[in-house]
Design a protein around this ligand. Structure first.
Ligand SMILES: Cc1ncc(COP(=O)(O)O)c(C=O)c1O
Length: 394
């Protein structure tokens, strides 16, 4: 009855929650460190943004809006991207979506069919893999080098470009590693895409959640290589549940005009993104508050604490995160023969302690032997979590 396409769809970050629910039913308190949702912790959607949303609803902005997004919002996004990232785009290059999730869905729907290949970072955010397969494409992982701060291995990437490759996807700061690609590597990826006539897809959802290093937008390194950039309001503006994001086309030589027109068709076919959230987003962009910077300050302390505790555990190694809110420690299963692999480990940790993390193999082949753990909770919760993990490993 059910299509192969859907039967094979996986999203491990939420699939693990099914076991978490079982554990909860048995009366255990579950601590969710599997989902990157700051609003579930002590980071709250700012009141002035919530008020803008409520005002829009009370003013009657509750109808279907333009499929490409409300014109004022597209203009604000365009101004924001131009100012922040010094990239030459116009309002017409912006498409408002239901989160970056839909932006990924739209782009891959337009690019992939008949086993076309998409180069994705390995380890990789699971949706890149699932949606590639959904559209009958093949996700090909290029290695991120853990020994080198999770930087992309450009030789590996080059060796994996084939006649079937359609695009190179990058996500920096990266989920699950927390690594920020260096400017040199970003430029090399764009140059490679240029040599092979490929589109670059750039997931920029964590661009404002960066600690010591400086983020630069990949499109600012491209002269003529077309880039589909993606960002949204979930993380930086603490509005995960509102489902609002956008994509922009950086395409100075109009190489992907056809792609753009066809993605617009896809947008029309799904009517529009959430209307009142778009009014709130206009407010968020016109009057940026201190919430993002304040979140980054808190997250840095929580990252430092988590990193320190993980490093103290024998048999566990970890690279510190440059951005986002995840650490991706490696577990040496020779030290811990009780578990055969990361999935067994994560399930046992969850059933024994109630701590819910995600198994690294859910992030593709390069994720195996790792777990992804978010450092979003407050320091008291993190202290309790790491005490429990230490005890569990003993
Ligand atoms: C790398 C990455 N891209 C996209 C998303 C989804 O973002 P949105 O809420 O805008 O759909 C996430 C969510 O965790 C993410 O980590």
């Amino acid at each position: 009855m059910v299509s192969r396409r859907l039967r094979e769809l996986e999203y491990p970050i939420r699939d693990i929650a099914v076991i978490a629910d079982e554990v909860k039913k048995q009366g255990k308190n579950v601590i969710h460190l599997n989902i990157g949702d700051p609003v579930k912790y002590d980071f709250k959607t700012p009141a002035y943004i919530c008020n803008a949303m409520a005002r829009a609803a009370l003013d009657g902005q509750n109808f279907y809006v333009d499929s490409l997004g409300i014109p004022e919002l597209r203009e604000e996004i365009c101004k924001y991207e131009r100012n922040k990232n010094s990239i030459d785009i116009a309002t017409d290059d912006i498409l408002v979506t239901s989160g970056v999730t839909e932006a990924i869905f739209f782009s891959l729907s337009a690019l992939l069919e008949n086993r076309d290949e998409l180069l994705v970072p390995g380890p990789s955010y699971p949706l890149y893999i699932s949606y590639s397969k959904f559209f009958d494409g093949v996700p090909v992982e290029y290695r991120l080098d853990e020994e080198n701060g999770w930087e992309p291995d450009i030789d590996d990437l080059r060796s994996k470009i084939s006649d079937k490759t359609k695009a190179i996807l990058m996500g920096t700061p990266n989920n699950p590693t927390g690594g920020l690609f260096s400017n040199k590597q970003v430029k090399e990826i764009i140059d490679l895409a240029g040599e092979h006539d490929l589109v670059v897809i750039s997931d920029e959802i964590y661009d404002q959640i960066v600690f010591e290093k400086q983020y630069s937008c990949p499109a600012s390194y491209s002269k003529d290589v077309p880039i589909i950039g993606m960002n949204g309001f979930s993380k930086a503006h603490l509005a995960t549940g509102w489902r609002l994001g956008y994509l922009y086309y950086y395409d100075p030589e109009n190489k992907i005009e056809d792609l753009k027109e066809n993605i617009a068709k896809m947008a029309r076919a799904r009517l529009c993104a959430n209307s009142i959230a778009q009014y709130a987003a206009i407010e968020a962009l016109r009057n940026p508050g201190p919430h993002t910077d304040e979140m980054v300050v808190k997250l840095r302390q929580r990252r430092d604490y988590s990193y320190k505790r993980l490093r103290q555990i024998e048999g566990v190694s970890v690279i510190n995160a440059d951005g986002a809110f995840y650490l991706f420690p490696k577990i040496d299963f020779k030290e811990f023969p009780k578990w055969n692999n990361d999935k067994e480990f994560v399930v046992d940790l969850l059933r024994t302690t109630g701590i819910c993390t995600v198994y690294g193999s859910g992030f593709g082949n390069y994720g195996k032997d790792h777990i992804r753990i978010t450092f979003l909770p407050d320091l008291d919760t993190l202290e309790m979590v790491y005490n429990e993990i230490e005890e569990f490993l003993k």
